[in-house]
Design a protein. Structure first.
Length: 194
């Protein structure tokens, strides 16, 4: 039985010039990093640029990853987080989700196998969540996305965000409360349409 190489094995192969190892590592983490960046900034083009910059930096050895200090996946999320924050600082605002001609957020359907009504509801729920997340302070948003959507542990999040575990727990709790408050108008809207 052939086992897939782990991230560190792939990284060693990449550093020896193995293009297939880079491709393997890219496809393993691309989707998660893109989702992470998109939920932070709300702009698909910025999220795609962040993912590209993460992998180009890794390929060019611009980022000094030390396998003894943690997992590569956590390191990649940390780099993506820093790139999104840098983009926000450079633009002096958080990018809002892309909008079409009518001013509605452009969001891809979440469940392709669902019927038309379910797809519309998925799109609306995703738009509500993106709007609510965009209202949160970045330090709450980071922890929430990493914990809830990427299912990382407190310790992994602490490593990515360079925080103490107690701070991660506190920010997660406060972030959940703030997200719940931000989603309240949308819950009222759902109840009125039911």
């Amino acid at each position: 039985m052939v086992t897939e190489p782990d991230d560190n094995q792939l990284l060693r192969a990449i550093r020896q010039g193995d293009a297939a190892a880079f491709q393997s590592l890219y496809w393993r983490h691309r989707s998660g990093l893109y989702s992470f960046a998109l939920l932070h900034c709300g702009a698909p083009d910025v999220a795609a640029d962040v993912v590209q910059d993460v992998f180009m930096g890794l390929l060019n050895d611009s980022y000094a990853f030390d396998p003894l200090r943690g997992m590569l996946a956590n390191f990649l999320y940390g780099v993506a987080r820093n790139l999104v924050l840098r983009h926000a600082r450079q633009n002096e605002r958080w990018v809002q989700p892309d909008e079409d001609e009518d001013g509605d957020s452009v969001v891809e359907p979440v469940n392709e196998a669902a019927g038309p009504l379910a797809k519309v509801l998925d799109i609306e729920a995703t738009e509500h969540l993106q709007r609510a997340l965009s209202q949160l302070a970045p330090h709450y948003r980071d922890v929430l996305i990493l914990f809830e959507l990427h299912e990382l542990s407190y310790q992994e999040i602490a490593g990515i965000c360079q925080l103490e575990i107690g701070t991660v727990r506190s920010r997660l709790s406060r972030g959940r409360a703030a997200l719940s408050k931000a989603l309240t108008p949308y819950r009222a809207l759902d109840l009125n349409t039911a």
